[in-house]
Design a protein around this ligand. Structure first.
Ligand SMILES: Nc1nc2c(ncn2[C@@H]2O[C@H](COP(=O)(O)OP(=O)(O)OP(=O)(O)O)[C@@H](O)[C@H]2O)c(=O)[nH]1
Ligand SMILES: [Mg+2]
Length: 352
């Protein structure tokens, strides 16, 4: 977010008439001890860091690794992230607000145009941009398009060559040389978001590149997404694990209701325990999509439900009942109403 720095109006100095000199008897005063040198004030660095790159390059994996906890869902299918989310990391040296973005791609539906708008606005907002590239992928037109997009940005850009854990060391140097010729990167760092390679180095360099500024968020804040949105994303992540081809692109999850209540605890007669009841809709575009997501005798949706419920239970710390309904919403990717509904889940109540 652009911050405004107030510039003080200089106070006008009014020349006072010189006071008449008085002659005084000299008094001998004890010498004052030399003032101790004040310890340098610790510098606090704060700012926004946009994580951008083509789909599947590991942006969400990196966000989770940097925060040390899962905030964003991850999958091996492209275009997993659809809405930007913030991941806030506060240390005694500074506060880095990472913006995890959808992957940069050619938008064909309203959904994808919205995804790209998130990317563009994060480029405007950020103090530093981290471009992630996949060390296992060949450079192509998509990468050229990404660099073209970044040429319009004035912010310093770090190049993060990700997934170096699965490429031979001698393959990395040519990638560095290639990118170095194409763009004036502030830093080029080979990393592995998955294995944590060079992440300390990255964090140190990022903090150094951020402006000196006070915190923007409280120490407890970790993300700007609501529980509702997180639950919807967890369900979607489990679906992405089991579907392929066009299914990942045509599936959306909407949490209809979340109800928290007390239930009789059968293990402790006379006592109650908290439970959360969640009803979620899974939107797909066609009836044959619906059949695939439901699976044979409901096996796929059941498996998705089991895995998502377990993860949500871990998050809330108590029993969860999760009800999933698969519904056809033809052309939802171009329906502003459905897109508003899904996006609206992100809400304004952050979790910590
Ligand atoms: N081997 C290896 N795999 C990684 C690494 N980082 C991410 N991955 C894998 O790459 C895939 C994509 O990761 P994501 O974090 O979802 O990628 P993304 O850039 O957020 O993808 P979109 O949200 O679709 O743009 C997943 O299967 C990750 O496990 C890494 O450092 N090493
Ligand atoms: Mg992602």
């Amino acid at each position: 977010m652009p911050r405004t720095t107030k510039t003080k109006t200089p106070v006008e100095k009014v020349a006072k008439p010189a006071a008449p000199k008085k002659t005084r008897a000299k008094t001998v005063r004890p010498k004052k001890a030399a003032p101790k040198k004040a310890a340098p004030k610790p510098v606090f660095k704060t700012g926004y860091v946009a994580l951008v790159g083509r789909p599947n390059t590991g942006k969400s994996t990196l966000l989770n690794a940097l925060l040390g906890q899962k905030v964003a869902i991850v999958s091996d299918k492209p275009q997993t992230t659809r809405i930007s989310i913030l991941g806030i990391k506060t240390t005694d040296k500074g506060q880095t607000v990472f913006i995890d973005n959808p992957g940069i791609h050619k938008p064909l539906h309203s959904l994808n145009k919205r995804m790209m708008n998130f990317v563009y606005s994060s480029l405007e907002t950020s103090d530093v941009v981290c471009l992630l590239v996949d060390a296992t992928e060949k450079f192509g037109h998509g990468d050229e398009f990404v660099l073209e997009t970044l040429r319009k940005v004035k912010t310093p850009v770090f190049l993060l060559i990700n997934k170096v854990d699965i490429v031979r060391k001698d393959k990395v140097l040519p990638i560095i040389a290639h990118y170095n010729d194409l763009f004036p990167f502030r830093e080029i760092i080979p990393i592995s978001a998955l294995k944590g390679i060079n992440l300390d180095l990255l964090e140190g360099l990022l903090t150094a590149a951020l402006p000196e500024a006070p915190k923007l968020y409280s120490d407890e804040e970790i993300s700007d997404q609501s529980e509702r949105f997180l639950f919807a994303e967890i369900v979607r992540e489990k679906i992405l694990k089991y579907v392929k081809e066009e299914l990942p692109f045509v599936t959306a999850v909407y949490i209809e209701t979340i109800e928290k209540k007390e239930q009789a605890d059968w293990k402790k007669p006379g006592e109650t325990r908290p439970v959360t009841l969640i009803r979620a809709s899974i939107f797909v575009e066609k009836d044959n999509h619906r059949k695939i997501v439901i699976g044979r005798h409901g096996s796929l949706v059941k498996q998705v439900g089991i895995e998502a419920r377990r993860e949500i239970e871990e998050y809330v710390g108590h029993k969860v009942y999760l009800e999933l309904h698969v519904k056809v919403r033809e052309g939802w990717r171009d329906s502003e109403d459905v897109l508003d509904l899904i996006e609206g889940q992100k809400g304004s109540v952050p979790f910590s």
